[in-house]
Write a protein that binds this ligand. Structure first.
Ligand code: ZN
Length: 360
């Protein structure tokens, strides 16, 4: 790592167990939710981050027809923390970036289905680019209608990138300001501060995740996975539901995903060195509700056999060098007690180029 002493100290303090797992009592172990991530609701915006109004309606119809309950993001968190009960098939709906088309095209449909949802707002563009982003007046309309207004940074920067900063300390100070100033702006304009933070591009590393926790926030990524007590509350997974992922053939399975019962996560960091082309994911799992030989891992859509080290611990590694930028490993395994549903875990790595940068 070329990240300076702060990262080194943080890594030493955290030891091998960089990512903690919260513990709750037996009775609350069964709360699972899938969090869906949307951006645009439009047929004229980039397909990769868009659903059409018809697709959004199809998704909501599917949820309704298949006994899912769309719940408030705060209830999902409370359930995962063992403070609340939620329905067996719970889904959370989130939108990032506060595009105008969410207000114009998405909101009427969400109202029609009467479902709670959350908007993660990048605050700087609000009011600066009418037509593309909502205004604060419009965001207040949503708030007054019960929408959870949450934090998606000031400027949608690639946060883990150190390249533009003099040193690690200057970078970390800016990260602190970025999160806290955006939260203060939302508080000023909308009057709420839920301390929910979605990383731009879903990009985080060990130091950022620790900062989010230190500031008292709960963090959300853009990597796949079910959400449960075993999730990392500094980077809760969300399933992309737009573009090629809007297809209900695959999205339906994700909506019913279960949080992987992770007991320990052994990862050096999600931000890699440029030279680190084949990162190792090693997890210790509670294996009591699945058959170990049914665990499948995928890297760039290619199956990779997990290597079991003992009854509960496996590792998996790319068999070829991964590319520059965001790269994900996904692992799934069917539940024994809930037939047809899958435990789902994903890790998102960031591999920089030689200049410490990577594409959008
Ligand atoms: Zn975003």
């Amino acid at each position: 790592m070329k990240l300076g002493w702060l990262t080194v100290v943080a890594s030493i303090l955290a030891g091998a167990m960089l990512f903690f797992t919260p513990s709750v009592t037996e009775a609350q172990e069964d709360a699972h939710a899938s969090i869906l991530l949307y951006h645009h609701v439009s047929d004229s915006t980039p397909r990769v981050t868009s659903v059409t109004a018809d697709e959004l309606r199809e998704h909501l119809t599917y949820l309704k027809d298949n006994d899912f309950t769309v719940i408030d993001i705060r209830d999902a968190i409370a359930a995962a923390q063992g403070r609340k009960e939620i329905p067996e098939k719970s889904v959370v709906i989130t939108f990032d970036d506060a595009y105008q088309n969410i207000y114009t095209n998405g909101w009427p449909i969400l109202k029609e289905f009467d479902v709670p949802w959350t908007l993660f707002v990048t605050t700087d563009p609000i009011g600066q680019t009418p037509g593309q982003y909502m205004s604060w007046d419009q965001i207040r309309d949503l708030h007054n209608d019960g929408v959870v207004i949450a934090n998606h940074s000031l400027d949608h920067a690639h946060l883990p990138r150190r390249a533009d900063f003099a040193n690690e300390q200057a970078w970390l100070q800016r990260m602190r300001e970025n999160i806290l100033d955006a939260e203060a702006k939302i508080k000023e304009e909308v009057g709420v501060s839920y301390k929910l933070f979605a990383y731009p591009y879903g990009e985080y590393d060990a130091v950022l995740a620790d900062l989010v926790a230190e500031l008292g926030f709960i963090g959300f990524g853009q990597h796949s996975g079910g959400f449960s007590q075993h999730s990392d509350f500094r980077a809760i997974p969300r399933f992309a539901a737009a573009g090629m992922y809007a297809n209900l053939g695959t999205l339906g399975t994700k909506m019913a995903a279960l949080g992987m019962p992770v007991l320990e996560t052994h990862i050096e960091d999600t931000l890699l060195d440029h030279e680190d082309t084949r990162p190792i994911l090693k997890l210790k799992l509670d294996t009591s509700d699945f058959h170990r030989n049914q665990l499948n891992c995928f890297i760039r859509s290619h199956p990779h056999a997990p290597q079991w080290h003992d009854e509960q611990t496996f590792s998996v590694q790319a068999d070829e060098p991964i590319g520059i930028g965001r790269q994900r490993y996904n692992c799934t395994v069917p539940s024994i007690s809930r037939p047809g549903r899958f435990y789902w875990y994903s890790v998102q790595w960031i591999r920089p180029d030689q200049q410490g940068s990577w594409p959008d």
